[in-house]
Design a protein around this ligand. Structure first.
Ligand SMILES: [Zn+2]
Length: 257
């Protein structure tokens, strides 16, 4: 059952901030406010009262609006406990497996280290909404700033275990560049070719490619497919374990222009 109305607010160069509004209670969460003003304006326009901020990790383009939104609304700020010193204004610390209540909607906290050492995702199972920050992108994944492939691959596997109809609300519009890279890995993946065309058409019209469906990520995102023989062969590691294949795909993406 769908309890949440989700609004996507594009800000800065390519960030997406989300507002999730639970209709029955009126509770409204902002996920990863890079900035405050456009978010406050969007909430005001809809007559939504912001009650929570949910942070996936500490980077400035995810927490930059925390304090100004908190000052304007008095909202609570939820973040990963061990990261409390680097999440401005944090009031509620959570850990892996915790439940976050937003009115009658409930999110499960999933610890997904790799992009940073304290990255978490929020999974609203009933609404099939996954807020995954900079861990999983449409056709991509986050850079490993503080983590290792040994951490990131299991993190991505945890997200991959969620249902195919989960909507992936990631925090950046990187899909077009990701599609160009993904095509260099799986040249014979028909679903990827078809999706790349769709992504290109959407971007030509300046339309968002996010959210995507997790099912299409499973079929086309090379970072979720490091345990597929096609991907292992493509990066010249046919007999390697998935962590090594994932590490090589990530390394190639880091050097891709
Ligand atoms: Zn980040």
């Amino acid at each position: 059952m769908s309890r949440l109305e989700i609004l996507q607010v594009p800000v800065l160069q390519d960030n997406y901030v989300y507002l999730a509004h639970e209709r029955d209670s009126g509770a409204t969460a902002v996920i990863d406010p890079a900035v405050a003003d456009p978010v406050l304006a969007a909430a005001r326009q809809r007559h939504w009262r912001i009650t929570h901020i949910l942070n996936t990790h500490n980077h400035g383009d995810h927490v930059g609006g925390n304090l100004a939104i908190q000052e304007a609304t008095g909202c609570r700020i939820v973040g990963f406990g061990p990261d409390r010193a680097r999440i401005p204004g944090i009031t509620d610390t959570v850990e892996d497996g915790d439940r976050v209540e937003l009115g009658k909607a409930v999110a499960e906290v999933i610890f997904v280290p790799g992009h940073t050492r304290g990255h978490i995702a929020y999974w609203f199972a009933e609404d099939r909404a996954l807020f995954c920050g900079d861990t999983l992108f449409a056709l991509g994944c986050g850079r490993l700033f503080e983590g290792t492939p040994q951490q990131m691959w299991p993190s991505l596997q945890r997200l991959r275990r969620l249902p195919d109809d989960a909507r992936v609300y990631c925090a950046h519009e990187y899909t077009l560049a990701n599609a160009r890279f993904a095509r260099t890995i799986e040249q014979d993946n028909a679903a990827l070719a078809e999706r790349s065309r769709r992504v290109q058409a959407l971007r030509e019209q300046d339309r968002p490619t996010v959210p995507s469906l997790l099912g299409e990520e499973k079929a086309t995102n090379p970072f979720l497919r490091a345990d597929q023989a096609t991907v292992a062969r493509a990066v010249g590691l046919p007999d390697a374990d998935p962590v090594a294949v994932f590490a090589e795909v990530r390394r190639r993406k880091d050097n891709f222009r």
